[in-house]
Structure formats: C-alpha cells, structure tokens
Design a protein around this ligand. Structure first.
Ligand code: HEM
Length: 413
C-alpha cells in the first residue's frame, strides 16, 4: 500500500543460477541485517508458480514463527514450488502430507508416525551397517571416484528400497525418478519431458507396489503404511501414491546431498576432519554442525491465508512466504560466529529439518544413515580427499551436487 517501504532483496533468490557456485551467504547476511523479511520482485525467471513474487524470510526467529503457525502460513498452495506449475499438478500435490495443514495433515502424520518410530529406525541399524560395508567394500583403493554415484547416492537408495519394499535390483529406478522430478531446472536431467515421464513411471510402479502389499503384506514399512488404519480409515490409493513419491524424494535428494556436503565441508576444514578420524565418537555431534553449516534443503515455502505482520512487514493474504533455512542456520542472533565451522558446537536448534508442524519425519533415519556411512568410509580410507571441483545440481531448492571427484588413497590396514 502507499507510503509503505518494502525492503527488496535486490537479488533474484528464486533463480537457480543464484546458487550456481553455492549458497550466497553474504547476501543472506546482509538481508538478515537490513531487510530480514524482504520482497523478491516478480522474477524474470518463472519459478514460484510464475506469481508476482515472494517474501524472503531470513532470520531464525521468523522462520520458526512461520513454520509454527500453519493457520496463518499455509502449506496448501504448495510447500515446494515447481516451475510452470499448473493447477492440475497442484491438485495432485495437495494430497501429499507436505502440502496439507492441520487437521488434514494431522490425520496423515498420525498414520505414518505410527510406523516411523524411533524403534523402527533403531531396528534399521543393522541393515544400515551392512549397506555401509557393502558400499565401501565396492571401492578400489588408490583410485579416483565420483563420490555421488558410488557412495552418497547408494545409501539412501538401499534404505528406501527396504522401506518401500522395492526389489533391490530396481533401486536405481528411484534414483532416476527423483533426479528427474527435482531436476526440472537442471538440463543434465532432461527437462520437462523427462520430468513428466518420471511421474508416469513412478505412479504406475507405486500403484503396483501398493496392490502387491495390500494382497500380501511383507514386513517392510510400505506394507505397514498401506494397511495402517486410524479411526477406521486407511489411506486411499491416490494418497498412497503421493506418499510413495514424498518418501522417495524426501529420503533421497536430502540424505545424498548431506553426505556429499559433509565430505566437501570437511575437506575445507582438514584439522577438524583429522579430529573426526582420530575420534569417530565425535561424528554424531559433527553431523549436527554439518547440517547447520551446509543444509541440503535451502528453503520451503508457505502462503499467507490471512493478513499478518512478520519482521515489521505487512504480509497480505495470498502472499508467498519463503523460509530460507540456509540463512536461519547462519543467524548471528542464535549462533556465535555463524560462519565458523566447528564440529564441537552441537547446534541443537538448527533448522535444516525445518521446524513446527512439518518437522522432518525422516530426521533420525537420515542421521543414522549419514553417521554409519561416514564412519565406515573415513575408517577405511583415512587419506581420502576431494580431487577436483564438484558439479553443482542446478536448483533453487536442493543445495546439492551431481558429481564430486574424490581420491580415495590407500585402504587402512
Ligand atoms: C519434511 C529436510 C531426510 C521424510 C522435511 C522438511 C525439511 C526436511 C526441511 C520440512 C518441510 C516443510 O516444512 O514444509 C530433510 C533433510 C534430510 C531429510 C535435510 C536429510 C538430511 C528425510 C528422510 C525421509 C524424510 C530420510 C524419509 C525417508 C520427510 C517427510 C516430510 C519431511 C515425509 C514431511 C513431513 C510433514 O509434512 O509433516 N524434511 N529431510 N526426510 N521429510 Fe525430511
């Protein structure tokens, strides 16, 4: 409205090329200081539904405020954004837990929380250890490898294949689908035609898997979800297909990039890497710092459903609001010397897994996978190091990599 000064970001935070060389942390530092809730004008790049623009929320406290008030900041218009998103796509996405608000969200979350328990995750320890051995056993000492394909991608794929009851031999289908679905902006993954065909293939597959588990439940998580009842209700076939998609993407794109990001970050901090090798018990706490310092998910989005105040700005009903976790995790109001990487910091309140209503369902599973795989890898190849520049994944959403050359060095005796 007239007379109101809207602070502008001055950078197109919706454009994937803004993240081509990594997260522009200095831009976020300036925004937190000068314009913590800043307007990003209608981007020339048609992300964010091609809409009129969005509010960039960069302070830790404001991110929590938004994620804890779904009655004001709703997920229902899409918590992620797709380029060229069409109404038909949105209607389908709205069946996914990620894009629901309470009370609809609560029903789905209740069903799957019954299955995704700490007990279930602890029960996966043995298989996660076995997969870590297998992955690391498959590596030739003294060679250069692509860490992403050979190591980082494999752990989440094996775990998800178990979880979803997908035959192991078919796990690479999941990799191809998630890359094409999240990689719409990355020409390396084939663009819109590849994106659309990934959905078709995945839905047909998920429907088939669901039918099989209905008729003949196994002891996998997917069988439990397919047959779970809350208040006498089961998930519909549509809901199940969407949930399959959500687990597949959420479990893959994130954990894989946390693993790769961990190696890159430690390579840049060799003293701390050496400490970790000498004392693997430090890994658990170090992973929290890696999540803070190099979060795999850069942001999620909400849409205001009522007028609201946030960080001194007036948000109008209908406005898009984007929570930049990458910025919240560097907020000097919460973290001392936020740009300093310190594996001893133990930053309990980082927002790499979001916060509030949609707090990551898979957080303990992700932590387990990463801890077990990194400890195996570092023990077996104590001299491994990054051997060349990574290829970044082109995205405004995932803080990730397509490739990372790593020299393994000799195997430990
Ligand atoms: C939600 C990050 C691993 C399943 C979320 C959200 C974030 C996130 C930020 C919040 C979304 C929102 O507020 O709109 C991550 C990161 C991971 C990871 C950084 C790895 C390092 C996983 C894994 C799984 C998983 C391994 C499952 C196998 C989910 C699901 C939701 C979710 C189902 C939606 C929860 C809801 O809507 O209530 N994740 N995630 N995530 N995550 Fe994760």
């Amino acid at each position: 409205s007239s007379g109101l000064v809207i602070p502008r970001a001055g950078v197109d935070l919706g454009h994937p090329d803004t993240y081509a060389d990594g997260v522009p942390y200095e831009v976020f530092a300036r925004l937190r200081d000068e314009a913590p809730v800043a307007w990003v004008d209608e981007p020339p790049y048609k992300g964010f539904d091609g809409g009129p623009g969005f509010w960039a929320v960069t302070r830790h406290a404001d991110i929590n405020e938004v994620s804890r008030h779904p009655e004001v900041h709703s997920s229902h218009a899409g918590a992620t954004f797709l380029r060229d998103q069409r109404p038909r796509d949105l209607a389908a996405l709205q069946q996914m837990m990620l894009n629901l608000d309470p009370p609809d969200h609560s029903k789905l979350r209740k069903i799957v929380s019954r299955v995704f328990t700490p007990k279930m995750v602890n029960g996966m320890l043995e298989s996660v250890e076995r997969y870590a051995h297998e992955i690391v056993d498959g590596l030739e000492p003294d060679t250069e490898i692509d860490l992403v394909a050979k190591v980082s991608a494999e752990m989440p794929l094996m775990v998800l294949a178990d979880l979803l009851g997908v035959p192991r031999s078919e796990r690479h289908l999941l990799y191809s689908w998630t890359n094409r679905m999240v990689g719409l902006d990355d020409p390396a993954y084939g663009g819109r035609a590849a994106f659309l065909s990934a959905f078709q293939e995945m839905f047909a597959f998920a429907e088939e898997q669901t039918e099989i588990r209905r008729r003949d439940p196994g002891d996998d998580v997917w069988s439990l979800i397919v047959n779970a009842e809350v208040d006498g209700e089961r998930l519909s076939t549509d809901e199940l297909q969407r949930f399959f998609q959500l687990l597949m993407i959420a479990g893959n794109e994130t954990t894989r990039n946390l693993l790769t990001g961990a190696v890159i970050t430690l390579d840049q901090h060799p003293d701390q890497w050496a400490q970790l090798r000498a004392n693997p018990d430090l890994l658990k706490v170090a992973i929290e710092e890696i999540l803070r310092f190099h979060p795999p998910v850069m942001q999620f989005r909400r849409t205001a459903v009522t007028d609201a105040e946030l960080g001194g700005q007036h948000i109008a009903a209908g406005d898009k609001v984007v929570m930049f976790y990458v910025s919240g995790n560097r907020d000097e109001a919460v973290f001392d010397e936020p740009d300093r990487f310190d594996i001893h910091r133990n930053p309990a309140n980082h927002v790499a897994f979001g916060s509030g209503t949609h707090f990551c369902l898979g957080n303990s599973l992700a932590r387990l996978e990463v801890r077990v795989l990194l400890s195996e890898l570092f023990a077996r190849f104590p001299q491994m190091r990054v051997a060349g520049p990574p290829a970044r994944f082109r995205s405004n959403f995932i803080n990730g990599y397509r490739e990372l050359p790593v020299a393994l060095g000799p195997a430990a005796a």
